[in-house]
Design a protein around this ligand. Structure first.
Ligand SMILES: *Cc1c(COP(=O)(O)O)cnc(C)c1O
Length: 433
């Protein structure tokens, strides 16, 4: 199977984290998000061990919480000693509400409003990852009012095209994120930050994109960043204390996707970075990495009940499920690939037919996946599993068509607990007057 937290039991039912998905679907209803907390913790520990081995004890991993953001996730990250990336006041609020140590929170976003800046400072966010000069002015203003010096990293674009999908590529010079090194704007904003009295420049950040499989991308962006660090030392006497190399390691959605050894990769980046630091005559900064997808993606699965099965002879077949783009908009957004199985008949090796797996929304684009092979006798009531949905599914979900969001059930050590309750119709109308 695509991931080792999947198995099939003697009844032919798909199991996740060793638990029978048919039983889970009966207990919690469908559609249903499952999250394997054991897997999430295992991934955190892999990153933490590797990053410390590669860069020393002061290095740390930040979980990019936009991948999956709800209270239980921040509790897990707190317990695992991780930092977190947050990208909005809503994520800050969620992390803060469970007592997450906010000095380990890094606040991203290309457009932080004044209200966001004030809110983040009130909640003790450790670092702002600054996108632009206007943001620096706002930080200076609010930090002065509060009588603090706010630590910041500057987000830079190293000018690398990670050859991933356009929509998730962020490190190119023409990106909406950060300041470009190539155009001299990174240098300018560094000088500007150094001149502010309530801003404490700790270092720099880059993130070249998502779903990156080529480790060379990280080596190249780290090299560009280190050259910049050396230049800033020479030009302004500025010593970079923190360097954030971003996230973006790819995960397997399909059997044919490559498998990357993340620990091995980080060690390789570590060797190159240490070598370059000594060649450039700079101290090794405290390194940060900020993976999102690769921490939670294969810890997730979505279960649906099949409904309408439509065969249009000579054209195509449709299998409709009781969820759709409201709980997983990624195919609609990026044509993302997913592996789909019949969870109640996972061993069924009979005749298959090719179909489009579609949702229940009033929208032709409400497609979960095209060209799915399911048993030819798939019928209303079968249980459909979409694998690897832990990242960017719940966090991108919506109430389009007034469809309530599914619950998130955490599987841990053979037990199951509800981490996010299923929305009710009352929830849907909560803010209606
Ligand atoms: C989205 C994002 C990440 C995480 O990317 P993944 O592909 O989920 O690992 C890290 N850093 C920044 C700045 C991001 O925007």
């Amino acid at each position: 199977m695509i991931c080792n937290n999947l198995s099939i039991n003697e009844k032919g039912h798909l199991c996740f984290e060793g638990q029978d998905t048919v039983t889970l679907a009966k207990t919690y209803g469908t559609p249903l998000y499952l999250m394997d907390a054991d897997r999430i913790r295992e991934r955190c520990r892999t990153y933490q061990a590797a990053i410390r081995k590669a860069f020393g004890e002061r290095a740390n991993t930040l979980y990019a919480s936009k991948a999956a953001s709800f209270r239980a996730i921040y509790r897990i990250m707190m317990e695992e000693g991780m930092g977190v990336d947050v990208v909005s006041s809503g994520e800050i609020y969620t992390a803060f509400s469970v007592g997450f140590p906010m000095e380990r929170a890094y606040f991203h976003s290309n457009n932080k409003t004044d209200a966001d800046v004030a809110f983040a400072m009130e909640h003790g966010v450790g670092y702002f990852v600054v996108d632009n000069r206007e943001e620096l002015d706002a930080i200076e203003y609010f930090a002065q009012k509060k009588g603090i010096r706010q630590k910041v990293l500057l987000r830079l674009t190293p000018g690398i095209d990670p050859h991933t999908y356009e929509a998730v590529s962020t490190g190119k010079v023409d990106s909406k994120f950060g300041s470009a090194i190539e155009t001299g704007q990174a240098d300018e904003i560094t000088a500007y930050a150094l001149g502010l009295s309530h801003v404490e420049l700790s270092g720099f950040h880059c993130h070249v994109g998502s779903q990156v499989f080529d480790s060379d991308i990280f080596l190249r962006s780290a090299a560009i960043m280190l050259h910049f660090v050396a230049e800033m030392k020479q030009k302004y006497g500025f010593v970079t204390r923190e360097l954030d190399l971003g996230g973006g390691y790819g995960v397997r959605y399909l059997e044919e996707d490559p498998q990357i050894d993340i620990a091995q990769n980080i060690i390789k980046v570590g060797e190159a970075v240490k070598e370059q630091c000594s060649a450039l005559g700079i101290e090794l900064p405290d390194i940060r990495m900020e993976p999102g997808r690769s921490i939670v993606a294969d810890a997730g699965m979505t279960l649906y009940t099949a409904g309408t099965v439509k065969r249009i002879p000579g054209y195509k077949n449709y299998v409709s499920v009781d969820g759709g783009m409201t709980d997983n908009p990624r195919y609609a957004l990026y044509r993302s690939a997913y592996t789909v199985l019949l969870a109640n008949r996972a061993n069924d090796k009979g005749k298959t037919f090719r179909c489009s797996l579609v949702g229940r929304c009033c929208e032709s684009g409400d497609i979960l996946q095209e060209n799915v092979e399911l048993p030819a006798d798939v019928t209303r009531g079968d249980l459909v599993a979409v694998l690897t949905t832990g990242a960017y599914n719940y966090s991108m979900s919506s109430n389009y068509n007034r469809i309530p969001r599914p619950p998130v059930v955490l599987l841990e050590q053979g037990g199951a607990t509800v981490a996010v309750r299923r929305e009710t119709f009352e929830d849907i109308c909560r803010n209606d007057i």
